[in-house]
Design a protein around this ligand. Structure first.
Ligand SMILES: NC(=O)C1=CN([C@@H]2O[C@H](COP(=O)(O)OP(=O)(O)OC[C@H]3O[C@@H](n4cnc5c(N)ncnc54)[C@H](O)[C@@H]3O)[C@@H](O)[C@H]2O)[C@H](O)CC1
Ligand SMILES: [K+]
Length: 503
């Protein structure tokens, strides 16, 4: 699903009005209906609903929502904040359309706010995508009171005060919404980790923006949906054999960290690879052979660390490396040799990233269009450098991927996948239970398996990251967030594949 900027969203509105020959009031009505429908499914009419409206069309939406919810027996109270704000034309019309039972109250100072507490339902319709400066003054005071009240806040389109697609200044006051219900497309701000407390749980409701316009609008940002990844799955052929599904090589593990190798190996096997060979330090031989009998195991000459490459690298279709590897000098030398000589695609994670990040010489050796990096934010910072904020980090990621013609899967709540062309896809599966040791090793195994099977690097990233999160979501239903461990993901990978293939 494409992510448009605030400016593009306005253009999409205008295009929709033009193509459908409707007026802006009708589009606002559609938006309000879509929001009210979501709201009715979430909240019963038991509690009064307090709707806080700003001067623009976001406030207009709030007024239209007030009318629609009151028709559905909700007890609605409307507050219009500020008294000389020059309301938008559609705001004015919807103010007039309020039924007589709703008398809007103008809020000129916080002293006029109603008492609010935690079992109240608040709808935030102060500002949406038209916000053009940090919220200060009366609006900021009102937002502070709403946040402080502990009431359950649902934001219309955007939590008021948060910029849609650029860094919100530090001094700004922002609504901390429990839910944000956004129109037609998610906003870029929703995918950035520092916004979690403002956006809360977000949902997108359709309002019928012109599909041709949205399709043609240029954007570097997309979110990945189940339909996007379903299309990518390659069916297995009836008369196929293991030779058709690739031979993966995983260079993983170190003394005390053989579990990382086991997790990556299991995930690789659970993701459809034809054959898997593990190269592990010699002390890990028995562990691997016992824990993962399906994998072939080669032992390194070094007892504790990986220090060499296997012979006949041409036997393999892809190399995955990093989990549990450590940063020993011998391992660095082996990685140098790999980058200098290996012609295979590579999935590079964990300490393999740290080793490459620490050496300009190794960075200069990175082959073009053959690498997927899977850093967590700290590893990313070592590889790419520190960024001022999360928006700059997205720019820095794009520049790095362009410069090195590589892919990055920046792991997080919405893992961001960046291509060598500088396109960024945000994943939409996964949950907080996955924030536990070893889940990254699982991702390395999944991606390595997919590349082995002939998926392009881009397809492998999109599909693999989605499946990894989906396995986590399926595990969530069985074990919950707190008790989840990385093995739960490998156990649920088969079901995740089945969810995508419907069998
Ligand atoms: N396609 C859609 O998504 C549709 C969205 N709709 C809703 O419209 C808003 C955007 O409306 P707009 O009038 O452009 O902007 P806002 O209501 O967000 O605010 C503009 C208003 O506020 C003033 N202003 C801006 N920043 C500040 C500030 N920091 N302090 C004080 N005042 C500020 C500005 O000058 C204007 O007066 C979108 O989010 C949706 O909710 C449509 O209803 C249908 C289509
Ligand atoms: K809002």
């Amino acid at each position: 699903m494409k992510i448009l900027s605030a400016v593009q969203t306005r253009e999409a509105d205008a295009a929709t009005l033009q193509y459908e020959e409707i007026d802006s009031l009708e589009l606002m009505e559609r938006a309000a209906k879509a929001f009210a429908c979501w709201f009715e499914n979430k909240f019963t009419p038991q509690e009064p609903v307090y709707i806080f409206c700003g001067p623009g069309n976001n406030g207009g939406d709030g007024l239209a929502v007030a009318r629609l919810l009151s028709q559905k027996q909700y007890h609605v109270k409307v507050f219009v904040v500020g008294d000389n704000q020059n309301p938008s034309p559609d705001h004015k019309v919807n103010l007039q359309r309020l039924p007589q039972t709703i008398v809007p109250q103008t809020i000129r100072s916080v002293a006029e706010l109603p008492p609010l507490h935690k079992n109240h339902c608040v709808i935030d319709a102060l500002f949406g995508t038209g916000l053009n400066r940090p919220v200060t003054g009366l609006f900021a005071e009102v937002i502070d009171c709403l946040n402080y009240s502990g009431a359950c806040i649902t934001a219309i389109d955007m939590p008021s005060g948060l910029y849609t697609d650029s860094q919100t200044p530090d001094e700004a006051t922002i609504v901390t919404a429990h839910y944000t219900v956004s129109f037609e497309l998610p906003k870029l701000a929703f995918f950035l980790p520092q916004h979690e407390a403002f956006v809360g749980e977000w949902h997108v409701v359709p309002i019928g923006l012109n599909p041709a316009f949205v399709n043609d609008a240029p954007s570097d940002y997309c979110s990945v949906t189940i339909d996007d990844v379903r299309k990518l799955i390659k069916p297995r052929r009836k008369f196929s054999h293991k030779g058709l599904y690739g031979h993966a090589l995983l260079l993983c593990g170190g003394y005390g960290k053989m579990g990382a190798a086991v997790l990556a190996a299991r995930a690789c096997l659970r993701s459809g690879v034809g054959l898997l060979t593990m190269q592990v330090p010699s002390s890990g031989y028995t562990i691997l052979q016992t824990a993962v009998p399906e994998a072939m195991t080669l032992t390194d000459n070094n007892r504790k660390h990986i220090s060499e490459l296997p012979e006949n690298m041409d036997n393999y279709s892809v190399v995955g490396l990093g989990p549990g590897m450590g940063k020993e000098k011998v391992t660095k030398t082996a990685i140098g040799q790999l980058l200098a000589t290996c012609t295979l695609p590579m999935v590079i994670d964990a300490d393999a990233i740290n080793i490459i990040a620490s050496s300009d010489k190794l960075k200069a050796q990175l082959p073009k269009n053959r690498i997927i990096f899977t850093p967590h934010p700290k590893e990313f910072e070592r590889l790419v450098g520190a960024s001022k904020n999360n928006y700059d980090r997205l720019q820095d990621m794009k520049e790095f991927c362009r410069e090195y013609s590589c892919y990055i899967c920046l792991k997080g709540s919405h893992t961001a996948i960046c291509t060598p062309e500088g396109k960024v896809y945000f994943n939409t599966t996964g949950n907080a239970g996955m924030a536990t040791g070893g889940t990254g090793d699982v991702l390395t195994g999944v991606l390595t398996a997919l590349v082995a099977q002939g998926y392009s690097l881009e397809e492998a990233c999109l599909l693999g990251v989605y499946l990894h999160g989906l396995a986590g979501d399926l595990a969530l239903q069985k074990v919950g967030e707190t008790g989840m461990i990385a093995s739960d993901l490998t156990d649920h990978l088969p079901q995740a594949f089945m969810t995508l293939t419907n069998n």
